[in-house]
Write a protein that binds this ligand. Sequence first.
Ligand code: SF4
Length: 420
Amino acid sequence: MDKKFLNSNKLPFCAGCGHHLIAQNTEKALEKLNIDPLDVILVSDIGCHGIIDKFANSHTVHGLHGRSVALAAGISLGLKNKNKKVIVFIGDGGATIGMQHILEASRLDIDLTILIHNNMLYGMTGGQASGLTPKGFVTTTTPDKSKTRNYDICQIALAAKASFVARVVVKPDFSNIIADAIKNDGFSLVEAIELCPSYAVKMNKGMKISEILKEIGEEEFVKKNENYRWEFYTNSTENLFDKVKILEKKYEHKLEKTFCIQLSGSAGEGVQTAGEAFCYASILSGLSVNHRGSYPVTVGVGFSTTEIIISPEQDCTYNVNSPDIIIITSLDGLNVNIEKLKSFKGILYLDNSLETPQTEAKIIRYDFRKFGAKNSAVFSLFYILKEKEIYPIDALIDGLELANLKDKVDLEKFKQDLNI
Ligand code: SF4
């Protein structure tokens, strides 16, 4: 094994924070098990612990608050590889927010290990109480001591048939427990109890961890439930990643800098799928792609907008609120952009049927709807590609195929009309 799990001895947490020890003991556990950090997928959550990402030599995924277990479950089920270890770092706040995800992963015995950094408050956002804050604990939102009881996350996981559960007070070496959790073939949860020096220690002067444990309900323990091992999900599902389309570069592009296209039309006119086809075409031409769709919650009526950012650079972030061009193929698309167009200074491609809006943009008109509403979005993208020559038209034809659109549009008419 060339690399250690952590790439630095200096972690970014406050002095005395138990997060140091959890990360370091995870490293020790992986070494004990002889697991290469590159066989680890670390899924972190929102919270101080989450800044571990750039200090880990493993693969890392940073989840939304409370959602890291759901992400990790998807990764574990998709990988279906016992040699890869999916480990979740989550705080007590994230565990409260995402408790249902913990229960589901436990119920299905999904092969992953959750390390709950339980310091009994939201450290990153200012020391507020979480669902794991015990009675009598002072936080910034319970300055007169918490009057409510905490969830006992270990007992909850056990009731949801977790096959490995441990509660441990963070100490210099508890790597054996983490190693046992990782070794367990199915779901494992370790609740690591610690105090946050920046909030908890200051606000609960003199409080001992032993008192907190008494309030939480149990002493430290490790419980392995062989009876709860369930192989159905880990062994019987297909590898979801087998279905992922790997697109090899096939065409050359002429794009020199990041370019953002916004296409707005009407629901039901294939706007999103046209955008998808354009993204495939861009990837086939060696470009990085960022794609976003927006539409009303009632997806079958009103406007539909697709925003595509393409770039010759690897990092394809760009402000989608300032596109280089806006294409509008229908009245719904125009109405939703009326305010934005007033100050838009790029190029506006407007369907011939639409009135000229108030705008600072240069306007180019074309009859994008000439082959019918269902062809309008994708036809407009053929028009743009012909005009801008970003990459060959054949790339977009391949994109249509990948988006299952090729047989649904009048490709021959497009070619004739645009002389391509
Ligand atoms: S604020 Fe608290 S939880 Fe966050 S790093 Fe500092 S001590 Fe740790």
